[in-house]
Design a protein around this ligand. Sequence first.
Ligand code: GMT
Length: 396
Amino acid sequence: MSELPRSPGAPLRIGVLCHPTYGGSGVVASELALTLAEIGHEVHLFSHEVPPRLARSPGRVLMHRAQGVPYPLFHSTPHDLAITSAILDVHRAQGLDVLHAHYALPHAVSAYLARAAAQADDAARAPRVITTLHGTDITLVGNDPSYAPLTQFVIRASDAVTAVSHWLAKETAEKFGLSGDKGCAVEVIHNFVDTKWFSPEAGSPRHPCSLRTGPTAVHVSNFRPVKRTPWLVRAFAKAVGARPANLVLVGDGPDLPACRELVRELGLNERVTFLGERDALPELLAPACVFVLTSSSESFGLSALEAMSCGTPVVATRAGGVGEVVEHGVSGLLSGIDDLEGFAANLAELLFDPARARAMGEVARRQAVERFARERVVERYVDLYRRVLARAPRLS
Ligand code: GMT
């Protein structure tokens, strides 16, 4: 096994752990892994499936699909343990400096176990654990009494913890008591976007609404209840009334059937298009008049940032960290979480005032480039890895 590359500026050997999700933390982890590899680091990605954002790229990230074997005694196959084993395998063969766990459960646990085993092998060469909190790993899942004690333990036992917004860092500190000597403080590193890929020039003449009259609003999500897509359909109906306008819904998930039913009930079949999961997000976002997000809780709102980067303004609920991404009256319009009337009025305002929407879209693009460009944010992670490697490790 080789020594830890302690010299300043030396390439790092980084293991990234993530859920292979179509959106959210799976996207952030994949784009981070790809960018780290692009700037010269050795990057291994551990997940039980290849995340879609990684699959579409030829980037030099070494994928480890750790599935484990099913066994009759197991209620479900423990992927998290297979991930720990795969990490140990790579670490013993080549050495890893940093394990970057995305979404506290189960990845911070898998990383913690791998660090413990590596420390038992040789403490001086064991990797450090960085945990990035994304949202529901704190607000819904990690905070549930069935997981809360373990979530608190692994957060405190990480060598460093980051959150994707100030709002989430505050929630974490409050819910898990991270002050004083109880583990490291949560550092905020906002999410980022590839501003060259998500660009205003990405518009496609084959946009699903190109044959329809009226402006178009687009929504992208995993249709979980927290996204409140049925609420969005109602708000759209209220915003447009009898005026011609379109709503394009991208993604899939548990609330999709309820949305379809509601669209039929409200007589909106000609106005609402369900596209399912798509990779061609810039082509769908750039030509839209407005991007819509109606979550009841949202730690950041990566899809809103991707829309902004395409020059599309956002109409959203003021949930969680959304206000750190979208500036009310500047790059979009925000309303209270339960204010359906206010949301509908904001949506109508941008849908039927194309000049205002365009002006806000231009500012949105500028802010995405200036504040959330991928290269700059990824540098902050590299800086964190080096700071953590320069100090004494936490012992598992
Ligand atoms: O936490 C989740 O709901 C899942 C997560 C994901 O993996 O899809 O989404 C969260 O992480 C994203 C990436 O950091 C954030 O942009 C989303 O705001 C956040 N979702 C919620 O907080 C509901």
